[in-house]
Design a protein around this ligand. Structure first.
Ligand SMILES: [Fe+2]
Ligand SMILES: [Fe+2]
Length: 326
């Protein structure tokens, strides 16, 4: 662009020079020396004009380049901001959805938050063994772990909350939650297209009750046929379910749960996942105490009321929902 404009200017100057020369030659009878000096003078002016316009173009194109670059950078930042904000909203909605499903048989959804923490500890411990585990994979795992029991929304309360043992029919019904959860997420995938997070959620929902020795459900998958994410979440879920109080059972002690997990190494649980748990059992116990301590410190209704009232206060509403005077 710059070169072609310059060539055009040179061409215009040359044509102009020829025309001026012809006109002067016809109009005036100049001595050769005067004609030569006039020519040099004209050429000097033309050279100055060319140099000045060239410099102007260089400065203008540099400015244009700078403006373009900063606009591109700003646009890039805006796209990143929009993507991050969209992702944050999606993640919050997914966690809310999972929490809603989890409310039916656990303690206000804190089960999901603990499982996320336990899954992160196990993934960090296993990151040296598995290439696919990096911080992005682990972040995905933490959120996707919340979807493991999303299929329980499709199970009747009489079964889900039943104290005591299931009949064979009830057990079959209960086990359907893995397929229902996967089906729900597959419906999202059908609308959304392939997505790493949803795919991991499907694996976890479908396979978190599979066992390393192939005796789990729904498909009796064995060993590494079970996805790594599901192998990790299976242990995190098992530990938290056993050490938590449910309407139909008391909590098991940490040390007993640990012994049980060790005894199930290589049958229920992947050996390396069980080892990762043992290496971090003290951390599991600390998280369990801290997070369950908070839950047991307050009656549930009061805790919910406090959260709701805090929200109303933050929104500038009084306790009756009336707008405060500005
Ligand atoms: Fe489950
Ligand atoms: Fe669970």
């Amino acid at each position: 662009m710059f070169i072609s404009i310059l060539l055009m200017q040179i061409a215009v100057i040359l044509v102009g020079e020829l025309l001026i020369n012809a006109w002067i030659g016809r109009a005036f009878e100049l001595a050769p020396i005067l004609a030569d000096r006039l020519f040099v003078f004209r050429m000097s002016i033309a050279l100055c004009v060319l140099t000045l316009s060239g410099l102007t173009m260089i400065i203008a194109s540099k400015r244009y380049g700078d403006v373009l670059e900063s606009t591109n950078e700003e646009l890039g930042r805006e796209v990143e901001r929009q993507l991050a904000s969209g992702l944050k909203k999606r993640n919050a909605l997914i966690f809310g959805l999972a929490k809603l499903a989890d409310y039916r048989d656990t303690d206000t959804g804190a089960h999901l938050e603990r499982i996320g923490l336990y899954a992160r500890i196990l993934a960090d411990e296993l990151s040296g063994t598995y290439q696919e585990i990096d911080h992005k994979w682990t972040d995905r795992l933490v959120l996707a772990s919340s979807l493991h029991d999303i299929g329980k929304v499709g199970i009747a309360d009489a079964i889900l909350l039943k104290p005591g043992r299931f009949t064979p029919e009830e057990r079959t019904e209960m086990e359907k939650h893995a397929l229902i959860g996967a089906d729900t997420l597959l419906a999202i995938r059908a609308k959304l297209g392939p997505d790493e997070f949803i795919d991991m959620g499907i694996q976890i929902a479908l396979q978190h009750h599979e066992k390393w020795d192939g005796t789990g459900y729904p498909f009796n998958l064995k060993g590494e046929e079970i996805s790594l994410a599901a192998r990790i979440v299976a242990l995190a879920d098992f530990y938290d379910a056993l050490t938590s109080v449910r309407v139909y059972k008391d909590a098991m002690e940490h040390s007993k749960t640990m012994d049980l997990i060790v005894s199930l190494r290589g049958t229920h649980f992947a050996p390396d996942v069980a080892d990762a748990f043992v290496a971090n059992e003290a951390l599991f116990n600390r998280i369990r105490k801290q997070m369950q301590g908070i839950r047991h410190g307050l009656p549930e209704l009061t805790k919910l009321e406090i959260a709701a009232r805090k929200y109303m206060d933050d929104q500038g509403n009084d306790q009756n929902g009336l707008k405060k005077a500005a």
